[in-house]
Design a protein around this ligand. Sequence first.
Ligand code: GLU
Length: 453
Amino acid sequence: MEITRFAPSPTGNLHLGGARTALFSYLFAKANNGKFLLRFEDTDQERSKEEYVKSILNSLDWMKIKPDSDPVYQSHKTLQHKELAFELYEKGFAYACDCSEIALSKMREEQIIKKQKPMYDGFNRDKGIDFSEGMVLRFKFPLDGESRFKDLILGDISVSNKEFDDFIILRSDGSPTYNFSAAVDDMDMGITTVIRGDDHITNTLKQINVLDALSAKIPNYAHLPMVLGESGKRLSKRDGAEDILDYKKNGYLNDALINYLVRLGWSYGEEEIFSLSELVKIFNLADVNSSPSRYSRDLLDWYNNKYLNFLTSDELMLKVKENSGVDFNKIDKGNLAISLLAKGANSLSQINEESTYFFEEPLIKLGSFNKDPSKKALLLDFVSQLKKIDFDKKTIEEFIKNFLKSNNLKFPELGKPLRVILTGKENAPSISELLFILGKETSLKRIEYSLND
Ligand code: GLU
């Protein structure tokens, strides 16, 4: 059975790249009837914070990514990691090292001068030093040959072992290091496929060697190419990707974000719309692109607009109320009003921002934006005729059409000022729908107010 995991360090909120990694791990497990596990790599005591654990849990929950077991906290496993580090030391896969900071930085400086890659030179590797308090344990990285694995997305990856040094697995204060702990935990949790960002490729090559030394089964690895920002450079704050929950706050729907995220690097023919229940059936790592993807706010907005319009007006009302407190139930024809706004909106917040004219009078005088007396005469004529018609949708549409025709007008000549008068905005939805939803009394009141000097 496939077992995958997401292993965030709770040193910050869940950002877009992390959310995509979590989603792909989750989908891969589910598409293979497997399990998805969560592990907090919280060993950095200074930077790890409980508030980030909570916010990552909330983000995953909002994205409907449910781990199959309680989260594992790496910090609770330090003792076991330490014991295993000593086991490797006893077996000769690791050695004690007492090189001082001063000696190490001198080594580094000399290597830089010689234009060599700065790394530990193995000074104590074969000295057989007995471990004592304050020393570190270093992993005996194989000296010859290559470290390699077949990445499920990127294909064969191999690097000469000369590129690696004997990295520390246990620090002088007795704490295990990331590459050691992550390898042990993947072994312990029975992880079959590790899915993470491609910034971890070097770590993978190190961890494979640790797992080998522990006689553990080596999992499969899949490294996700980066998500670049709009500019093609690293994803940054400007791309709005710092905290997944900000998308929720800003009125994005979780289903839209999930759909958007999965398309950041994964594709399935020409299809664009995927529900989570569909994804857990069809997701496959082989369909993940091996080159970086690029964040696009416009595409995210496009998805959100689509998903807003998949909702019923009752669902929309509930979500807008949750998001911004605005209650469309309070107005007549609230269902129609909210659906009309959703057509042109990219977010729940935008529906709220655009909705003001359904809740309060815009109080616009025609003279404040158009001083042409013929426009006033035209609108006076329009309103006097409007008074006489039935206010059903069809009649309103017909009436407007005929009015334009008999006055020999193009639509904007009437539509533009009317839109401002009815809504206070230049970009508002269809005039006939607006008139219908606002109703006869309100529509006439607004037009008459605007024509009264
Ligand atoms: N804790 C690591 C990080 O947040 C992830 C390590 C992993 O997935 O193995 O980058």
